[in-house]
Design a binder for this molecule. Sequence first.
Ligand code: UD1
Length: 346
Amino acid sequence: MVDVVNVVGARPQFVKAGPVSKALKESDLTELLVHTGQHYDRLLSEEVMRDAGLRNPDINLGVGSASHAVQTASILRGLEDVLIEHPTKTLLTYGDTNSTIAATLAATKLGIPTIHVEAGLRSFNRAMPEEINRVATDHLSDLLCAPTETAMQYLRNEGLAEKAVLTGDVMVDALRSIDLDSVRLPDWAKGRYYVATIHRAENTDDPGRLVAITDALARLESPVHLLAHPRLADRLDSEVLDEHAALQIRQPLPYAEMLAVLARSSGLVTDSGGLQKEAYLLEVPCVTVRQETEWPETLEGRWNVLVDPGEDLVPILERNIPGTVDAPFGDGNAAHRIVKALQSWI
Ligand code: UD1
């Protein structure tokens, strides 16, 4: 019997699982690493795993893209077989994707205790599929590893305090493991530039919002490099883009290169949860095209500002940010705390 089935599936989970998988290896616990195959493009999957120091998965379910119900159901079905064939003491999941909820549900139905890393995050927006995934996962899981004091408070408010532990955020561990000075930057990362990523369904699937966002990016005074997730690339209108020479559409970057490009940039425009935090940790001004954030700590000191799609980004990105950042996300030792919590609980 293995001690932990460690489940990943989408880009941010490879980053989060890297430090945890390493900490498991250094402990006396055994691990079976399962990739659901939710993200399958090399740029979203293998290259991110390599940079995050995540070893090759033992099993890949290869579920690929589909509607929410079909994708979640395929993972549920595939994982049930894995969990029956490979008996385990616990199952570990990360974040808020369809892989997270499906894995948690599959294990729970088989009576296998589950641990949720990055528990307690809330946008309080039930229209987001990710919010449904994280609320359901927290309520089903047996051990909740919260990255911040805010997350702990949300878990207390929902009556989940007894199973929650404050570990800090594994994304700090991941970021600290990269030597940014030794990363080779792409040729375009010179002079003054901004970086942008947009991939949330609420922004990409509403043509009006998407055009408002690309127009606002195109009005910036320095080049903007938009690192397009496949969901976005599918929906961009090439005729509109031809009119916006300053807006450069690029492929997603591997993790280390992404961090290095961000660290050197003059600012970030995004709707990603992870990047808001990485910008904060690297002290890069961030603009988030959403109405709420799961990481309210980044709003302190105006390191991060929430905007509507059509807003003029020039003054917001040029804002003056006095002072330095705090350390609300922990000290970079979250993975060891998670493994310790697991050891004393297993
Ligand atoms: C998922 C997560 C989101 C996370 C994000 C990180 C859910 C509900 N959402 O969103 O929480 O922040 O990952 O990137 O789980 N596609 C490809 N190649 C791939 C993967 C996806 O082309 O390797 C395309 C497909 O057309 C697919 C679309 O992207 O339909 C969306 O992929 P999906 O897995 O549904 O979720 P993400 O938008 O990536």
